[in-house]
Design a protein around this ligand. Structure first.
Ligand SMILES: NC(=O)c1ccc[n+]([C@@H]2O[C@H](COP(=O)([O-])OP(=O)(O)OC[C@H]3O[C@@H](n4cnc5c(N)ncnc54)[C@H](O)[C@@H]3O)[C@@H](O)[C@H]2O)c1
Length: 306
């Protein structure tokens, strides 16, 4: 029997823990499974700080759901109406796992994969009824970042999933067709390719590039997006004027962008560059600073939405 309050989180690493906290905050009972029993034993301790961060953004939960540690995949997915899969990014492993999930979950359950670099088409062969598979790709950390990118072949199922993620104060976008990197990581990769190229070409150092991004386009993109930024760049004539007036200058700039190879020398430059930028701060300190800044921004947005 399906319990509409029950969600299964399969794979309880970085992303699984974050999803579990979000689902719990919004009142869902979350059944978790991971082959690493040590993770499951410390599940509550791992989730507690994330629950606290969600409260900072969205306020107290109306009714927090329970966390249920399950001994097997079958136990975890039994009765769940949604299964969020967060296992390692290997296609054979995911096929095997999805097949096992499909065998034990209710027949009308939605199976959602968090996959970053695989597509719906890569994963579908793992299931006998792939129409109930969707990719639901979050941005790290999913309990803070609002974005969820969706793709599936059954628009009714994608629609149900979309309503659900929106009810958790997520910003959903749908892809028209599967694409490696979905939407957001394609944008991030395009940007980072040039950020790396500028280091390779010695146009600027790592720290200068990151500061230019944060103080310039990054700040602007966080409120208007890439296309709308140029609509405004065209003044009263908008995008049409911008394209007529400056479209060719964009094309010239595109010609000048690079496609760097990640040679050992370039990798060393990137590593020493971020170490200098971090100025002795550990990864956990940097993560805490990132989270605090993101939470402050999200709290300031009236509906905690983009
Ligand atoms: N890290 C990110 O920034 C990010 C962002 C969005 C989406 N994702 C996607 O989320 C998924 C998980 O990534 P992550 O960063 O949480 O990785 P992770 O390594 O932190 O966690 C993976 C977890 O899966 C468990 N696992 C191993 N074998 C398994 C199996 N057969 N079945 C179920 N679980 C198994 C591991 O024990 C581990 O706890 C990947 O598909 C990844 O592409 C990652």
């Amino acid at each position: 029997m399906v319990h509409h309050s029950r969600i299964a989180v399969i794979g309880f690493g970085l992303i699984g823990q974050s999803w579990a906290a979000l689902f719990q905050h919004f009142g869902y009972d979350v059944a978790i499974w991971d082959p690493d029993s040590a993770l499951l034993e410390s599940a509550r301790d791992l989730i507690a700080p994330k629950l606290a961060q969600i409260v900072e953004i969205h306020g107290d939960a109306h009714q927090i759901g329970s966390l249920i540690v399950e001994p097997t995949i079958a136990n975890a997915v039994g009765g769940a109406w949604l299964i969020q899969e967060n296992a390692p990014e290997r296609v054979s492993l995911k096929h095997q796992l999805l097949a096992e999930v499909e065998q034990s979950c209710p027949s009308n359950a939605i199976i959602a994969s968090s996959t970053s670099s695989l597509t719906w088409t890569d994963l579908a062969p793992g299931l006998t009824r792939p129409n109930r598979l969707i990719t639901a790709h979050p941005f790290n950390p999913p309990h803070i970042m609002p974005l969820v990118e969706l793709y599936g072949v059954d628009s009714g199922i994608v629609g149900r999933a979309e309503d659900f993620y929106r009810s958790l104060a997520r910003e959903t976008v749908r892809l028209n067709k599967p694409a490696v990197g979905h939407i957001a990581n394609r944008l991030a990769s395009a940007l980072w390719r040039e950020a790396v190229n500028m280091v390779a070409e010695d146009i600027a150092g790592v720290d200068a590039i990151d500061r230019a991004l944060r103080a310039g386009p990054g700040l602007r993109w966080s409120v208007v997006g890439a296309h709308m930024a140029y609509h405004l760049g065209g003044g009263v004539g908008g995008m049409r004027h911008y394209l007529e007036h400056l479209g060719s200058s964009q094309e010239r700039r595109w010609q000048d962008l690079g496609t760097p190879r990640l040679s050992p020398e370039l990798c060393e430059l990137l590593i020493s560059g971020v170490e200098e930028e971090a100025a002795g701060r550990s990864i956990s300190t940097l993560e805490a600073e990132r989270d605090a800044a993101l939470i402050a921004i999200l709290r300031d947005r009236s509906d905690a939405h983009v």
